[in-house]
Design a protein around this ligand. Sequence first.
Ligand SMILES: [Zn+2]
Ligand SMILES: [Zn+2]
Length: 199
Amino acid sequence: MSTTGISEWKQRAPYRVHETGDGFNVRYEANCHCGKVKYQLSRQEPLDSKLCHCTTCQTQHAAPFQWAAIFHKDDINFTNGHHNLEWYDPTEKSIEHKLPCKVRCSYCHSPIMDEGRNMILLFPSLIHLKTDQDKAFFKPRCHMFYGQRVMDVPDGLPKWSGLSNESDLIEDSPPNMVKEFERKREEERKTKFEKGQNQ
Ligand SMILES: [Zn+2]
Ligand SMILES: [Zn+2]
């Protein structure tokens, strides 16, 4: 990687360091295990919070599943050690900074986030959630890639066999949600079929 490349990513979200007075309101603070990487969040409630059971997450986190909360890249501010980050591109199996990629602390190797093209997936286990209300904001809303699970989690939450909203709702997913999803799918099938006939 060239030197210009390195300085360039530092100017862009999510790595751009916010300065005092630029409107970044600190709502949460977080750090990796060793404390070299520290960040702040300005958004109160994640855009989504999910448990992912895919085999990549199982391997990457050495855990039965991964807990991730979705944020915009502008919602985060690395206050310490963003030069202590290392990247991993799971598609190419390379350590280049190519999106989407996995981001870790280069010292203690705690997973920090998955950086996508538009969003970041943060790991709430690193965030200091102080009140019950904060914990409620981050509470997982669904399971995804539940078809690849190593253990059952019968918690009544929606469970997608693969990607959320793009696969099937399985196991103990809420029955009314399953029904509604089937209805929507049938509607889409009909629209597609009618469009096909008109061409
Ligand atoms: Zn660390
Ligand atoms: Zn996954």
